[in-house]
Design a protein around this ligand. Structure first.
Ligand SMILES: [Zn+2]
Length: 342
């Protein structure tokens, strides 16, 4: 039946009608609020490139966690800024690590709030990479003379040795009260290694949310300021995914599922909505997406210039992620969006 019998505008006449036929709905229960915990007391330091996002000392993080929970947001994800960094990411897996301290304090004060722990080493490594760094093997004399090594050839991010530290970190976080372990490093085999370590530590019931398809993205820029995790040399393209690859993303997810991931994530969200949609189509696990710092910063910057309507763009961006198929959204807008939805 075509026009004039069919008129799609009939159902757009009023908000009541539009609401009745709305296909995608947002709820605060989908949101996860990321928080950056730092040493000290009474610290609430705004991140320059992310207005409204703060580095918080443990006591302030507890207050923020309470506020988040009271808005109906069910979960937070914790990132840490340690006192000291080293070559073994000690701060990531130490019992008194900054995220471990925050998890214990938040569990005590806001027991019903789910705590996710981001598992990566970059925030705790002096060089800012997500794995152990080793000087690359020296080339043969002939090859070295023919092509002097570029910077990228001078070092290697060691995969298998890194797994041990990731596993140790995961067990330590779970023991401190973290409910869900979320590895974001993109080393091969890390989900399996973490599952194995958790199970052997008597933590068989701790779920893993894998950052399964995490792309090497320029949209992470502001996060590196927030988490003080900029690599001191090189970049992350030898472990994070090439943004051009959808089929490889499916292989990454598939492997993580085989290794025991309970939930999967695509990161970033907006530039990779097609990847979210493809993952939804193909896999039956709960699917998360991370609306990253650059997505947030772009909206905030444009809004500050009065170039866009902040709240409407915020909600539209979240709806697009939900419509693409993600049922869990990690977003710096969790609290603001929850307020609007109330
Ligand atoms: Zn990392």
């Amino acid at each position: 039946m075509a026009f004039p019998i069919t008129r799609l505008r009939r159902l757009r006449q009023s908000e009541q009608l539009r609401s009745m036929v709305r296909e995608t709905r947002l709820s605060p229960t989908s949101f996860v609020y990321p928080m950056f915990v730092c040493p000290g007391e009474g610290v609430r330091k705004e991140v320059g490139s992310m207005p409204g996002v703060f580095n918080l000392s443990v006591d302030e993080a507890v207050t923020e966690a309470q506020a988040t929970h009271s808005l109906g947001v069910p979960a937070i994800i914790l990132f840490g800024l340690p006192e000291k960094k080293d070559e073994l990411a000690t701060g990531a897996w130490a019992d008194d690590g900054i995220v471990q301290q925050a998890a214990r304090a938040i569990k005590r004060e806001v027991p019903k709030l789910l705590i996710m722990g981001d598992v990566c080493l970059c925030e705790y490594m002096s060089h800012g990479h997500c794995g152990i760094v080793r000087a690359a093997r020296s080339q043969s004399l002939g090859a070295a003379v023919a092509s002097p090594p570029a910077v990228a050839a001078d070092y290697e991010i060691v995969n298998d040795a890194t797994l041990e530290l990731l596993a140790r970190t995961s067990v330590s976080l779970a023991r401190a009260g973290v409910d869900i372990i979320a590895p974001s490093d993109m080393m091969d085999g890390r989900v399996g290694a973490i599952r194995d370590a958790l199970d052997h530590a008597g933590l068989a019931n701790t779920p893993i949310l894998s950052y399964a398809a995490k792309f090497a993205s320029a949209f992470y820029g502001p996060f590196r300021e927030a988490a003080d995790s900029t690599p001191q040399f090189g970049d992350r393209r030898s472990y994070q995914m090439d943004g051009a690859n959808l089929r490889e993303a499916m292989r990454e997810i598939e492997l993580d599922v085989q290794e025991g991931a309970d939930m999967i994530m695509v990161k970033p969200a907006m530039p990779y909505l097609d990847v979210i949609a493809a993952a939804r189509e193909r896999f039956d696990l709960p699917l998360a997406a991370y609306q990253v710092s650059g997505e947030y910063a772009m909206i905030e910057a444009a809004a500050r210039n009065n170039w866009i309507d902040r709240d409407r763009v915020m909600m539209e961006s979240l709806v697009s992620i939900r419509r693409a198929g993600a049922s869990i959204i990690l977003t710096y807008y969790a609290k603001d969006a929850a307020r609007l939805l109330a």
